[in-house]
Design a protein around this ligand. Structure first.
Ligand code: ZN
Length: 633
C-alpha cells in the first residue's frame, strides 16, 4: 500500500491522529518517517516518532519488520555494498530508569550463568550521538547499511574530514557529526537540523562551500565511539548515581546528543549475551523521557489554587505514559480551554518528562467547552487576568485559605501530618491561618475530633517544624507571596537580612540583580500582606539558618575559583558544610567524578571507585588539608 502525500501531510500536522490510522497505514508512515530521518530530512521530530508512532506500532504489530531489523539507511548510494568488518546494529532504547534497571537485571542474570561476580561487571556510559553512522577500517569508511553490508563513502575522508581529537583513522564504528556550537552559529539559518547538514557531507555530488568550510574548521568530524568521553563504574555505582551520570554524560561533548549509551565492557559477558537481529543485548541507550500521547478528554473540572487561579483539570481516558497509568491532567490555564476547545470529547497531546506530572501540550481535536462563571469553592464571580481565570476572594475563599496553609507546611518541608486532609479538617473547625495552628495544643486538637495519638503527634510535628533548623529563605517562601518562590527569597536574603526586608524601598529591591521593577512592586505588596502573620509566627522562634550576605566586592582569587570539584570520604568537619562553603566561594561542586572534574577532594576512608575514576579521567586528587590551604590564598 502507499500513502498519498496529502495523507502524509495530514498525519504530520496531526489532522489525522494515530488512532485513526489502520495498522498498515501506520506501518507505512513509520517507514516513510524513518527513511526521511535517515536521509537527513526528518518530517517529524524524534520524540513523536518514538513515542507516538513507533510505540503504537509496537503495540499493534510487535513483529513488524521495522521493529525487528536494523532500519534502512534512507540514502541511495551507487556504490556496491561491502561486508562490514563487524556488524553495526541499532541500539536498544530505554526511556525510564525502570527499563535501564531491567537491562541491568539481564546483565546480572547472564553474569551468573558464566560465574562472573556481579561487582565485577564493568559498565561504561557514553553520549549517544545523533549523527550519521559509519565504520572506519583505516582504509575505507563504510555506511552502516543494513548492519552487515554498507556502502563505501571513503570520499568523505578524501574531502578532508578529520577524526575527532585529531586521533588516528581505523578506530571502527563511529558517527559523522557537526559541532553544535558551530551549527548554531553558522548553519542554523540554512539547515533545520544538524542531520540535514550531516547528510550533505556524504553525498556523492560535490560539496558546497558551507560543507567545505565546516570540514576545514574541524567542525564537521568523524567521531569514533572509542574516542568519546566515558563514565565507568560497576552496577552499584550506576544505581546510586544514575541521574548525575546521565546529566554529566549528556554534557560532555559539543555535538547533538539524544541519550546516553550504557554497555558492559566485559568481553566474556558480551560474547555470552550476543545480539538479536537488531540490537546487541549488552548495550542499551537511555533517552531522556519526554513521553507523549494523544488522549481523549472525558470531562474538564475547575480547581481553585491557593492564589485564586482557576486551573482546568481534565479527566482522561486512562493512558499509559512513561510507565504510569494517567487518568487526569492539568491544563495550564483556562485560556487554553477557551482558545483551543479543551472540552469533554476533545483529544489532547499529553507529555510527561520523567516522573513529572503530565502536561497538556495542545488540543488536537476541539470540543465545546464549559467556562465556569463562579468560583466552585466560594461562589464569587470569576474574572480574567490575561489567560488566567481568577477568584478574587483571596481572604475568604475556602480553597485559597486551605491551599495557603497547606503550602506553608509543604514548603517548610520539615514536618509530617499537615497535608491536605488535616488542613481541611482544621478549616472546618474555623482555623484560617498558620499562626492559629501554632497556637493549638493537644487538648484543642482532641476537642476538634482528632484522635488522642494523632493530636499528640501533630503537636510534636509542629514543635519539630520550628525547632529543627531551616533556611531563612525557605521559611520566607513558605508564606506563598507572589514572585517570592524559593529562588527569589534566597536572592533577596543574600542582599538583605530577613529583619530588614519589610522596610525595603522599591529602589532597593529593584536594584538587586534579577528583580525587575514590576517584580519588586509585587514583592513589596506581598510582604505587606503577610507582615502581621509573619510577626505572629516569629514569636514561635523558628530555628532559622541565616543566609550569608553577598559582599559587594567579592575578591575570589583562590586557586580553585570556578573549578569543578567532587568531595568524597570522611572529612574533619561536616562534608555538607564544606560543600556549602565551597559553593559560596565560587567553586563548582559536583557529585560524581567525570572527565570534566578538575579536582577530587578526599577525606578519610575513600572508596576505591572514586579514586579509580579520578585516575582514569586524569582528575587531580587533593587531600582535605591541601584543599583548605589552596582556598585560603
Ligand atoms: Zn473562590
Amino acid at each position: 500500500m502507499t500513502l498519498s502525500q496529502s495523507t502524509i501531510n495530514k498525519i504530520i500536522h496531526q489532522q489525522i491522529l494515530v488512532g485513526d490510522l489502520s495498522t498498515d497505514e501506520l506501518s507505512k508512515f513509520c517507514q516513510i518517517a524513518n527513511l526521511a530521518y535517515r536521509s537527513g530530512n526528518p518530517i517529524i521530530n524524534d520524540q513523536d516518532y518514538d513515542f507516538i508512532y513507533l510505540a503504537e506500532l509496537k503495540e499493534r504489530d510487535p513483529n513488524n519488520s521495522l521493529l525487528k531489523t536494523v532500519e534502512p539507511e534512507g540514502q541511495d548510494f551507487s556504490e556496491e555494498k561491502s561486508l562490514l568488518p563487524e556488524a553495526m546494529l541499532s541500539t536498544d532504547k530505554a526511556y525510564s530508569w525502570n527499563e535501564v534497571s531491567k537491562w541491568l537485571g539481564r546483565l546480572e542474570k547472564s553474569a551468573n550463568e558464566i560465574n562472573l561476580a556481579i561487582q565485577d561487571i564493568q559498565i561504561k556510559a557514553t553520549p549517544k550521538l545523533d549523527g550519521f553512522a559509519g565504520y572506519d577500517d583505516g582504509n575505507h569508511l563504510y555506511t552502516r547499511g543494513d548492519g552487515k553490508k554498507g556502502s563505501d563513502i571513503t570520499r568523505v575522508f578524501s574531502r578532508g574530514l578529520k577524526v575527532y581529537n585529531d586521533s588516528e583513522r581505523g578506530q571502527g564504528a563511529g558517527e559523522i557529526v557537526v559541532k553544535k556550537s558551530y551549527f548554531d552559529k553558522y548553519l542554523a539559518d540554512s539547515f533545520e537540523y544538524p542531520r540535514n547538514f550531516q547528510a550533505s557531507l556524504i553525498k556523492e555530488k560535490e560539496l558546497d562551500d558551507k560543507a567545505k568550510q565546516a570540514i576545514a574548521k574541524k567542525a564537521a568530524l568523524f567521531v569514533p565511539f572509542s574516542e568519546l568521553p566515558t563514565w565507568s563504574g560497576n552496577i552499584s555505582n550506576l544505581i546510586t548515581q544514575f541521574d548525575t551520570i546521565v546529566q554529566e554524560v549528556l554534557q560532555t561533548v559539543d555535538f547533538d546528543v539524544d541519550g546516553v549509551v550504557f554497555e558492559t565492557v566485559n568481553d566474556v559477558l558480551k560474547d555470552h549475551m550476543g545480539a538479536n537481529r537488531k540490537f546487541h543485548r549488552w548495550q542499551i541507550a537511555f533517552k531522556e523521557n519526554k513521553d507523549k500521547a494523544q488522549v481523549k478528554v472525558l470531562s474538564v473540572t475547575p480547581q481553585v489554587g491557593r492564589t485564586g487561579k482557576i486551573t482546568p483539570v481534565a479527566e482522561l481516558e486512562p493512558t499509559l505514559l512513561s510507565g504510569a497509568r494517567i487518568v487526569r491532567a492539568t491544563g495550564h490555564h483556562y485560556g487554553l480551554v477557551k482558545e483551543q476547545g479543551l472540552g469533554a470529547g476533545s483529544v489532547i497531546e499529553l507529555t510527561r518528562s520523567g516522573l513529572v506530572i503530565p502536561k497538556i501540550n495542545q488540543v488536537l481535536k476541539s470540543a465545546p467547552v464549559d467556562i465556569p462563571a463562579l468560583c466552585p469553592s466560594c461562589g464569587e464571580i470569576l474574572h480574567w487576568e490575561s489567560d488566567f481565570l481568577m477568584c478574587a476572594n483571596h481572604t475568604d475563599c475556602p480553597a485559597q485559605v486551605i491551599g495557603k496553609m497547606e503550602y506553608f507546611f509543604k514548603i517548610l518541608a520539615n514536618n509530617d501530618g499537615f497535608g491536605i486532609a488535616t488542613i481541611e479538617k482544621l478549616y472546618e473547625k474555623n482555623i484560617r491561618k498558620v499562626s492559629q495552628i501554632y497556637a493549638l495544643n493537644v487538648d484543642d486538637l482532641s476537642g476538634m475530633g482528632f484522635g488522642e495519638k494523632t493530636s499528640t503527634n501533630l503537636i510534636a510535628q509542629l514543635h519539630r517544624s520550628h525547632s529543627e533548623q531551616v533556611e531563612d529563605w525557605r521559611f520566607l517562601a513558605a508564606f506563598g507571596v507572589s514572585r517570592m518562590g524559593l529562588g527569589n527569597c534566597e536572592n533577596l536574603l543574600k542582599n538583605y537580612p530577613i529583619d530588614e526586608i519589610f522596610s525595603l524601598s522599591l529602589e532597593k529591591i529593584s536594584s538587586i540583580d534579577g528583580f525587575a521593577e514590576l517584580t519588586a512592586e509585587l514583592i513589596i505588596k506581598g510582604l505587606k500582606s503577610i507582615y502581621d502573620e509573619f510577626e505572629l509566627l516569629n514569636n514561635y522562634q523558628f530555628n532559622l539558618e541565616t543566609t550569608a550576605l553577598q559582599k559587594e566586592t567579592v575578591t575570589l582569587t583562590h586557586a580553585l575559583f570556578g573549578k569543578k570539584v567532587v568531595f568524597t570520604g570522611k572529612m574533619q568537619g561536616s562534608r555538607d558544610e564544606m560543600k556549602r562553603h565551597a559553593k559560596s566561594i565560587g567553586i563548582n561542586v559536583l557529585n560524581s567524578v567525570s572527565a570534566k572534574t578538575d579536582y577530587l577532594i578526599i577525606g578519610e576512608k575513600v572508596g576505591k571507585n572514586k579514586i579509580q575514576s579520578a585516575n582514569k579521567f586524569g582528575v587531580n586528587i587533593l587531600a582535605e588539608e591541601s584543599y583548605l590551604s589552596m582556598i585560603e590564598e
